[in-house]
Design a protein around this ligand. Structure first.
Ligand code: FES
Length: 173
């Protein structure tokens, strides 16, 4: 059994929580990024990184901050699957669907992940434990299929290895 973590990325700063506690954070992100070219995307990325999703209240703040309509902000959020409009599960499982991982079986792994978690991509398990997301390259192209579970990236993930990783995460304190 090989469930060794091959790469760890910095922990995200805060778990999801509702506005208004996050209102200042959203306003701060808008203030820092609204002068950037194409500021909408950097702001949305910042909000999702901080809060875990884009709350409806943030849409109005972003619209006001960029002097655009709510519909315009909403259009960008819905265009990019990356952005969530609801809080994610306690752990996000990101499965690489890009070309190199496709060549080594990520489609079958994706089918297995959906069955074992009981949810599709962009959905959360009934117990709120996991959200399954598709991503397009985790930087492990030579050792696919690659999966990121929480902050940990795993390589050469077979269906059996995915089961072990998910079960280990599920039973972790
Ligand atoms: S293609 Fe999957 S990690 Fe790069």
């Amino acid at each position: 059994m090989n469930t060794q973590v091959i790469h760890r990325v910095p922990r995200k700063p805060a778990p999801p929580s509702p506005l208004p506690d996050d209102r200042r954070a959203v306003e701060s992100i808008i203030g820092e990024r609204k002068a950037l070219p194409g500021a909408m995307l950097p702001i949305l990325h910042g909000v999702q990184e901080k809060i875990g999703y884009i709350p409806p209240e943030a849409v109005q703040l972003i619209a006001d901050g960029l002097n655009v309509s709510r519909a315009e902000v909403h259009g960008v959020i819905t265009y990019y699957h990356f952005f969530r409009q609801t809080p994610p599960g306690r752990t996000v499982v990101q499965l690489c669907r890009a070309e190199a991982c496709q060549a080594v079986g990520c489609d079958a792994l994706a089918d297995h992940a959906k069955t074992m978690l009981g949810c599709d991509f962009h959905e959360t398990t009934a117990d709120g434990a996991f959200t399954l997301e598709a991503v397009y390259c985790l930087g492990q192209c030579a050792t696919g299929p690659a999966v990121m579970i929480g902050d940990d990236i795993h390589a050469r993930v077979s269906p059996a290895k995915l089961d072990r990783l998910i079960n280990a995460k599920r039973s972790a304190p």
